[in-house]
Design a protein around this ligand. Sequence first.
Ligand code: 13P
Length: 248
Amino acid sequence: MFIAANWKMNLDKKSINFFVENLQHYKFSENLQLCIFPPTIYIDFLSKLLENIPISIGGQNCHHQSFGAYTGEVSATSLKELGCDYVILGHSERRIYNKDTNENIKKCSQFAIKSDLKPIICVGENFNQRNNGKAIDFIEKQITDCLPEEFNELIIAYEPIWSIGTGKIPHKTEIREMHENIKEIVFSKSKKNVKVLYGGSVNEQNILEILSVNNVDGILVGGASLKIKDFLAIYDSAVKYLQKKYNF
Ligand code: 13P
């Protein structure tokens, strides 16, 4: 089970310090992987604070070249050098505001893999596509176009755009159907299994409902990962859920 915290363009040094202070003596479960995706500028800062804490770090995006005349960009090799293990690619906010395309996301994912980072490729339909019954076709195209040529370990995050930051989540059957479809699509194209995370308005109240859905391998949390209290409430619920399910 994987819990990923996407901080987006939030928090500063003071609030990051406060966040990590509260993790210092926390008892973490071995059955749950945690990763925080801070703003790029704070990766090094957070990485040093997390030195003795079992939480990985990742980038929120990367470029498809290791260096060059690309002002304002961040390279996968730099992320790796700063201690990142993962990188989020194709988040809907980047697709909308930065015009990231499937073609570009594919290139970035290939370069991330070459740089020894594990990509988390985000896909998700908008409200009209969901309402018009086009969600599955749309996601199939996103995956087909973004899928790296070769990979060993890949994570897909299903984040319906209409659910991000709105407090609305899809029905359990819609999440199950979409996660099953994503796994089938990737397997049919690559003969590889992928983990699929759910993202969009995950919080302390709905975490158990979401985790109980078949084929949900973890979550990608935005807003509720910014406050330590909310983040730990989600984490604790996930640990309890796993303890009950697998009896450990
Ligand atoms: P919220 O949890 O704030 O809806 O954000 C989800 C998200 O975009 C994570 O990448």
